[in-house]
Write a protein that binds this ligand. Structure first.
Ligand SMILES: [Zn+2]
Ligand SMILES: [Zn+2]
Length: 225
């Protein structure tokens, strides 16, 4: 452990994000208790855990991305991990959650040319002080041996958390753009923290496809609905 790690450990000792047990960021009991979503038990397009068939929403309006893998459902202990990570700033969970996502999406290893994180809005960056999705994406990219490409910029979205489902879908429409001068490769693994309506990742995927990507797949830590 480096000096910074030692100081951090003294100030805020590592505790399990699921059950507060000291010593590990996620203990083995909580790892075993994670509400994993089996690939065969979810919509292959958007990851909604209702069985291995394309869900009604994906039938009704075909999303821009081709497939989704989510580690698990946004219920305890995964929901607690995500909340501690996002809202309490427990950055040590970034690599843990990224590692779980890389495991869940392991069959995609070798597929993407780059991993693109869904960027945080300026407001949430300010609130959290770090880009939580970028850290998760960095771990997935490391596991897959490709680079993180910060291709997307986000403009003007209101805070998602104060909006209802329909409003959310409207709110994210067209707020993502590919940053000027970025060359977007063919196969993109788009990473987000939590997928709820898929509107955010749909919009981000659309921007990447418009900028030259041939296929975008989505990887997320948790699926809420
Ligand atoms: Zn635990
Ligand atoms: Zn679906």
């Amino acid at each position: 452990m480096d000096l910074l790690g030692c100081v951090l450990e003294l100030l805020a000792p590592t505790r399990c994000a699921g059950c507060d047990l000291p010593g590990e960021t996620l203990c083995s009991a909580c790892r075993d208790a994670l509400p994993l979503i089996e690939r065969e038990g979810a919509c292959p397009r958007c990851g909604a855990p209702y069985g291995y068939l394309v869900c009604t929403e994906c039938w009704q309006s075909e999303p821009a991305f081709s497939a989704t893998v989510c580690v698990g459902s946004l219920v305890p202990p995964l929901a607690r991990c995500v909340a501690l990570y996002k809202d309490s700033g427990e950055r040590r969970l970034g690599p843990v959650l990224g590692g779980l996502l890389a495991e869940a999406a392991a069959t995609w290893s070798g597929w993407p040319d780059a991993v693109v994180p869904v960027p945080a809005s300026t407001a949430s960056l300010k609130r959290r002080g770090f880009d939580h999705t970028r850290l998760v994406a960095a771990e997935v990219a490391r596991a897959f041996g490709v680079s993180v490409l910060e291709a997307l910029t986000v403009q003007g979205a209101r805070d998602q958390r104060v909006l209802g489902r329909v409003e959310r879908a409207r709110n994210v429409a067209h707020v993502f753009a590919v940053a000027a001068g970025v060359r977007v490769p063919s196969r993109i693994l788009l990473v987000d923290d939590v997928v709820t309506t898929a509107a955010t990742v749909d919009s981000a995927s659309g921007a990447l496809l418009a900028a030259g990507a041939d296929e975008v797949r989505v990887g997320a830590v948790a699926r809420a609905w």
